[in-house]
Design a binder for this molecule. Structure first.
Ligand code: BTN
Length: 271
C-alpha cells in the first residue's frame, strides 16, 4: 500500500491511459522527483510525480537542474514492471519522442522542434527539455526505472543567461504563457503510447521514430566524450542507442558524449 506524504495531493487528469496512472501525485516543493522515487519504493508501476519546484533538481552528469517555482514542468514517471529485453538507454529515447510529439500537438512550435542526442528536446535550436533516466538495482537486476522530465514552459528570456544561455521556454517561442497541466497531459499521452509500443514491438520502434525526428543525423557534428573532441558525420543510432560517428574513414560508437553541430551544417546524406 502506498503511504503518501501529507504534502502530496492527487490530481485526476481524466486521461485514457494504458500504463500510466491518470491520478498523478502533485507537490509544491520537493528535493527532486527522481530522487523521491529512487528512495521510496511503495509506489505502483506508472505512478507520476509532479512538482512545482525542486530544491535539488538533478541533471545529467551530476549537474543541477534549475527552474524557478511554478514555471517549468518537472515530473518523474516510475516504472516497476519492466520489459526484459529493454535496457535503460531506450527510455531516454522513448521520453524524447513522447515530449516531441506531445509538444507538436500543442501547435505553433512543431516545425521548430528537434531532438538532440541523446536526451534533449530542442526548440529553435535551444534546449527546451532535459530527460534523466535513472534506475534502482536490486542485486544485479534493475528493479525500477525512473524517467525524469523537465520542460521549460513559462520562464522568461532573462532566466536563460550564464550557464543556462543555451536554454529556451515555450513561452519565449509562442509568446504566451502556457498551462503546465495541459502540456503535461499531452506528454503523458505520448509516454503512455510509446511505453505500450515498447512492450508490444520492442525498442526498434522507438529508435526508428527517434531517427525520423532528429535533424542532425546525416550532418557533420562535433562529439566531445570528455577526453577528446571528434568531428565527423552523425551516421545513425546503433542498435543500443549509441551515436555512430563516421570519422577518419571508420565508424566509432559513443554512448556518453556531448554533441554539437559544426558551423557548416550542410546535409551530406546518410544511409
Ligand atoms: C538534463 O541534464 O538535461 C536532464 C534534466 C532532467 C531534469 C528533470 S526535472 C524532473 C526530474 N527530477 C529531477 O531531479 N530531474 C528530472
Amino acid at each position: 500500500m502506498n503511504i503518501m506524504p501529507s504534502n502530496f495531493e492527487v490530481l485526476n487528469l481524466a486521461l485514457d491511459l494504458k500504463i500510466l496512472h491518470p491520478q498523478i501525485l502533485h507537490t509544491e516543493q520537493i528535493s527532486s522527483t527522481n530522487t523521491y522515487f529512487l528512495q521510496n519504493h511503495s509506489y505502483h508501476n506508472g505512478t507520476v510525480l509532479l512538482a512545482d519546484y525542486q530544491t535539488g533538481g538533478k541533471g545529467r552528469h551530476g549537474r543541477v537542474w534549475h527552474s524557478p517555482p511554478e514555471q517549468a514542468l518537472l515530473f518523474s514517471v516510475l516504472l516497476t514492471e519492466l520489459c526484459d529485453r529493454s535496457f535503460l538507454h531506450v527510455y531516454t529515447f522513448l521520453a524524447a519522442v513522447a515530449v516531441f510529439e506531445g509538444l507538436e500537438m500543442l501547435g505553433g512550435s512543431a516545425s521548430k522542434l528537434d531532438l538532440k542526442w541523446p536526451n534533449d528536446v530542442l526548440l529553435e535550436g535551444h534546449k527546451l527539455c532535459g530527460i534523466l533516466v535513472q534506475n534502482r538495482l536490486t542485486g544485479n537486476e534493475t528493479s525500477q526505472i525512473v524517467i525524469g522530465i523537465g520542460i521549460n514552459v513559462n520562464q522568461p528570456a532573462n532566466f536563460f543567461n550564464g550557464e543556462l544561455s543555451q536554454g529556451t521556454s515555450l513561452n519565449i517561442t509562442l509568446g504566451r504563457n502556457m498551462d503546465r497541466i495541459e502540456v503535461l497531459k499531452r506528454v503523458l499521452v505520448g509516454l503512455d503510447r510509446w511505453l505500450f509500443i515498447l512492450g508490444d514491438s520492442g525498442e526498434i520502434a522507438i529508435f526508428n521514430r527517434w531517427r525520423a525526428l532528429c535533424s542532425s543525423i546525416g550532418k557533420r557534428v562535433l562529439v566531445n566524450d570528455g577526453r577528446q573532441i571528434y568531428t565527423g558525420i552523425f551516421k545513425d543510432l546503433s542498435n543500443q542507442g549509441g551515436l555512430v560517428l563516421e570519422t577518419g574513414g571508420h565508424c566509432r560508437v559513443f554512448y556518453a558524449a556531448d554533441v554539437t553541430l559544426t558551423k557548416e551544417t550542410s546535409d551530406v546524406g546518410c544511409n
